[in-house]
Design a binder for this molecule. Sequence first.
Ligand SMILES: CC(C)(COP(=O)(O)OP(=O)(O)OC[C@H]1O[C@@H](n2cnc3c(N)ncnc32)[C@H](O)[C@@H]1OP(=O)(O)O)[C@@H](O)C(=O)NCCC(=O)NCCS
Length: 138
Amino acid sequence: MRIRRAGQGEAGPAVELARKLGLDYPGMDADELWVAEEAGRVVGLVALKTHPDCRELCALGVDPAHRGKGAAKALVEALVAAAPGDVHLATVSPAFFESCGFEAVTGDVPATFPAKRETDWCEGCRRELCTVMRLKAT
Ligand SMILES: CC(C)(COP(=O)(O)OP(=O)(O)OC[C@H]1O[C@@H](n2cnc3c(N)ncnc32)[C@H](O)[C@@H]1OP(=O)(O)O)[C@@H](O)C(=O)NCCC(=O)NCCS
């Protein structure tokens, strides 16, 4: 499996996979996207969205046929290795991200991090389970 940053004009297959997995959002094709490829096909993705005072990891997803092989962890590791500074995220699966080094954030969420429970993105999620997490820059 190959992990790489999608180049300009290459967002199509990643956005298509995100749509299949219900992880796509408006403007996704303009964000920094990382993909996992198997035999030249995109089988996993993760996005990094830039807000005025923080960066947000979002849309982590792996094609069901390719799960359990470390793709998600490799995508997160590649993205954070290339992203200087802290990375935030909101998730209903905190255990997975804890295993990647993220910690739950309580009081000090950056001002421009999207208010959890208030975005279209959150529709369908159990909002009471939503956890904001941060990986601190080393
Ligand atoms: C969650 C998801 C991205 C995991 O993809 P994956 O490629 O199967 O994950 P990996 O193989 O990299 O797993 C890495 C580790 O996390 C663990 N893990 C995987 N999914 C997990 C979950 N939902 N909760 C807790 N741990 C999880 C694995 O057991 C593995 O542990 P190990 O390193 O001790 O063996 C995938 O199941 C998916 O696309 N789900 C739907 C979308 C989603 O829920 N996105 C993330 C939430 S915001």
